[in-house]
Design a protein around this ligand. Structure first.
Ligand SMILES: Cc1cc2nc3c(=O)[nH]c(=O)nc-3n(C[C@H](O)[C@H](O)[C@H](O)COP(=O)(O)O)c2cc1C
Length: 365
C-alpha cells in the first residue's frame, strides 16, 4: 500500500467498524483503519466467510459474535489495528486476520473486485460474483487486510496496565521485537501509531528506532500521554519527526475541515493526514467538494450499518458520538437512539424502512 499523499480515517474503538470505514471511503478516505482490537481477543477467534453478506468475519470461536468484519471492496485500503505487548502473540493474532495464499497477483481478482464494487454501488444482486470469487478461490482467501498497525498511543489504563498502547513508548526493545517479528512474517505493510514523548528529541529518537525496523509508515498523534483531546495537537512536534525520517509520516490531531488536510501537511511536512473526531462529526470531511449536511451523512451511516449487518451496539455508539457533538443526547433524537434495540428500530427512526425491508428480503433469497 502506498502511504504518501493520503487522507486517512483514524482507528477508533467502537466506531471504526465496517460501515463507518465504508462511509469514510465513500466520501474520499484513501486508507481506513479499523478499531483497535487486542491480540488476546483475536487469538480466541476463528475466521469465517459470510456468504450472505460477502464478508470475511473474525468471530469469537463457536459463536456468531463478530470481532472484526471486512469485505473485498475495502481490501486494498483497510488497516487492521492491534493492541499488543508481545511479539509472538501479535503475530499469531495477525495471522488469524490476515491470510495470504499466493504471492502472484491475480488480474482476475482485480476484475472481480471492480465488478463487485460496481454491482453494489448500483444496488444490483452480486451473489453470482461472490460465488465465482468463492468457488475459484480467487478472492476470498487472499489477503483480507491491506496492512497491520500496532497501537502505541492509547493512554487508557486497561492498555497501560496490560503493557500495551502508550506503555510501549518507553520500551523501544519490545517495540523493535514486535515490529520486526510482524515485518518478517507478514506480506503486508506493518506500521505503528505513536503519541509524542516528553521532549521533541525523545520523540525523534524513538521514531528513528521505529523506522529502522522497516515499517512502511509511522502515524504520529500530536499529543503527549497526559494530554486530553481538548489540548491542542502540537503540529510543530510532528514536523520534527517528519523532518527526521525518510518513511512516510502520517500526521494526526485537530483536523476538522477539508482545508486542514493541506494546512497540517504544510506545517508538519508529513506525507499523509489522519483524522478521528472530525470524521465522526461529519465523515464527508474527506470530500474535496466540501462537506455535505451531517444529517445526510448520519442517514448514510445507518444505511451502511443495515447493509453490513453491523452490531447494533456499535451502530448506536457511533450515532451517539455523532449526535452528541451537535445536540444533547437528552433531546428526542438521542433518546430514540438510546431506546432502539434493533437495526429495524433505527431504520424506522431515520426513515429507512423500505431499504431495511429490501436488504432483509434479499438476504432471505
Ligand atoms: C472515539 C475514539 C476512539 C479512538 N480509538 C482509538 C483506537 O482504537 N486506536 C488508536 O490508535 N487511537 C484511537 N483514538 C485516537 C484517534 O485515533 C486519534 O489519534 C485522536 O483522536 C486524535 O485525532 P483527532 O484530533 O483527529 O481526533 C480514538 C479516538 C476517538 C475519538
Amino acid at each position: 500500500m502506498e502511504y504518501r499523499n493520503k487522507l486517512v480515517l483514524a482507528p477508533m474503538v467502537r466506531v471504526g467498524t465496517l460501515p463507518f470505514r465504508m462511509l469514510a471511503a465513500h466520501y474520499g478516505a484513501d486508507i481506513t483503519y479499523g478499531e483497535e482490537i487486542i491480540d488476546h481477543k483475536i487469538i480466541k477467534c476463528e475466521r469465517r466467510v459470510n456468504d450472505v453478506l460477502g464478508t470475511t468475519d473474525i468471530l469469537e470461536k463457536g459463536t456468531d459474535n463478530v470481532v472484526f468484519r471486512t469485505c473485498p471492496e475495502e481490501r486494498n485500503r483497510v488497516v487492521f489495528q492491534m493492541g499488543t505487548s508481545d511479539a509472538m502473540r501479535a503475530l499469531k493474532a495477525a495471522e488469524i486476520v490476515y491470510v495470504f495464499h499466493s504471492k502472484s497477483s491475480c488480474a482476475m481478482k482485480h476484475f472481480l473486485y471492480s465488478l463487485l464494487q460496481f454491482g453494489r454501488d448500483e444496488g444490483r444482486d452480486v451473489s453470482d460474483i461472490l460465488w465465482i470469487m468463492d468457488t475459484t478461490d480467487v478472492c476470498l482467501k487472499c489477503k483480507d487486510v491491506a496492512a497491520v498497525d500496532i497501537n502505541m498511543g492509547c493512554p487508557k489504563s486497561f492498555s497501560i496496565s496490560g503493557g500495551m498502547g502508550a506503555a510501549l513508548l518507553s520500551k523501544p526493545e519490545l517495540i523493535h521485537d514486535i515490529l520486526t517479528t510482524l515485518r518478517r512474517n507478514l506480506d503486508v505493510p506493518v506500521t505503528c501509531k505513536i503519541r509524542l514523548l516528553k521532549s521533541p528529541q525523545d520523540t525523534v529518537e524513538l521514531a528513528r528506532r521505529i523506522e529502522k525496523t522497516g515499517v512502511s509508515a509511522l502515524a504520529v498523534h500530536g499529543r503527549k500521554v497526559p494530554d486530553r483531546p481538548r489540548d491542542p495537537a502540537k503540529w510543530n512536534e510532528i514536523a520534527d519527526v517528519a523532518a527526521a525520517l525518510s518513511i512516510p509520516v502520517i500526521a494526526n490531531g485537530d483536523v476538522f475541515e477539508y482545508e486542514d488536510f493541506q494546512r497540517i501537511r504544510d506545517e508538519t511536512g508529513a506525507s499523509s493526514v489522519m483524522v478521528a473526531r472530525g470524521a465522526i462529526w461529519n465523515a464527508s470531511i474527506f470530500s474535496s467538494e466540501g462537506k455535505i449536511p451531517w444529517e445526510d451523512v448520519k442517514r448514510e451511516y445507518v444505511r451502511k450499518s443495515i447493509l453490513w449487518d453491523n452490531d447494533i451496539r456499535s451502530t448506536k455508539h457511533t450515532l451517539k458520538e455523532m449526535i452528541a457533538h451537535y445536540y444533547s443526547l437528552g433531546l428526542p433524537e438521542g433518546l430514540a437512539v438510546i431506546k432502539s434495540e434493533t437495526s429495524a428500530d433505527l431504520a424506522k427512526l431515520y426513515g429507512l424502512e423500505e431499504y431495511y425491508e429490501y436488504v432483509s428480503e434479499s438476504r432471505r433469497k
